[in-house]
Design a protein around this ligand. Structure first.
Ligand code: GUN
Length: 294
């Protein structure tokens, strides 16, 4: 069994990005600038966004964090998005999800300029991704592809079972694993809450990608020998004995599943850090595309 070490690979990617930014600076060019909007003060979302901003600083990007109160109206958020769309200094931006219930998430995503949509959530970018066109690939699926590539994991002709059909992970992942090329060329089953015989389907998987958010859902007896197991779940489980009052649990019973798997991602330290590295990569790409325009 080999660990797909997201922490190590994400650090490598950040070093590669930092080297490119240093060259940009040497040439006297503007460095990439990422902005992030967060609405409300959900603890997990704040942690993710702060981590994204800190990583920007680490690689030499500029970053702007925009904090809006949980009572922000849809119109106010749309105005902020328009400002960022118009601001030539900002190369890319994200609106951290989930949003408070008074705000229509799809409307917000539709308002983002696709050329600055470094999350790859806008329908234009999502459509391009599905059609094999060059675009921003959503950071978590992009990070999983990068892990598979850097660890030389064969995907061609394999049966990939994706658990969960969220717009952020499961749905794009199912498209990407079936695309032509590598990583890809795999036969994909996308499972969800209405899937019948889910355990039987998972037991046939060569590659399992779990993005369910149910701690320790995937047990050793559910996966076949030598399966590749990717755990996207990261749930805060209350635990008074911990300093923070919780611990982070993946979807996978790592201790037992790791004994059967050929490759497996840990939680934390697997997919999570890759998401941030790939967001930086998309922002660098946005800067490069932007440079050609102005
Ligand atoms: N919430 C959970 N994951 C993500 C992500 O990748 N991007 C944004 N914007 N929100 C998220």
């Amino acid at each position: 069994m080999e660990i797909l070490d997201g922490k190590k690979i994400s650090n490598q990617i950040k070093e590669e990005i930092a080297a490119e930014v240093a060259e940009m600076k040497e040439r006297g060019e503007k460095v990439p600038h990422l902005a992030a909007i967060i609405v409300g003060n959900d603890g997990a979302s704040m942690t993710y966004v702060n981590s994204k901003v800190r990583s920007c600083e680490k690689v030499g990007f500029e970053s702007t964090l925009i904090r809006l109160p949980s009572t922000t109206s849809e119109l106010e958020l749309l105005k902020k998005i328009d400002q960022l769309n118009q601001d030539d200094d900002i190369d890319g931006f994200i609106v951290q999800l989930p949003l408070p219930e008074q705000i229509d998430t799809q409307k917000v995503i539709m308002a983002i300029d696709p050329d600055k949509d470094v999350d790859g959530f806008h329908p234009t970018n999502f459509g391009k991704m599905a059609l094999d066109m060059s675009t921003f690939i959503p950071a978590t699926p992009f990070g999983i592809l990068e892990l598979l590539e850097r660890y030389n994991v064969e995907t061609k002709g394999k049966h990939t079972v994706v658990i969960g059909r969220s717009h952020i992970v499961g749905r794009p992942m199912s498209i990407l694993m079936g695309r032509k090329g590598w990583p890809g060329n795999s036969t994909v089953t996308l499972t969800h809450s209405h899937t019948k015989n889910i355990t039987q389907i998972i037991s046939q998987a060569d590659i399992v990608i779990s993005a369910l958010g149910v701690p320790h859902f995937l047990k050793a007896e559910m996966v076949k020998d030598d399966a590749v197991v990717i755990d996207v779940g990261i749930t805060r489980v209350p635990d008074e004995s911990r300093e923070k009052g919780y611990y982070l649990a993946g979807d996978v019973d790592f201790e037992n599943v790791s004994k059967k798997a050929s490759f497996i991602t840990p939680v934390p330290g697997g997919v999570g850090p890759m998401t941030i590295a790939m967001l930086l990569k998309n922002t660098l790409l946005a800067r490069e595309q932007h440079r050609g325009e102005i």
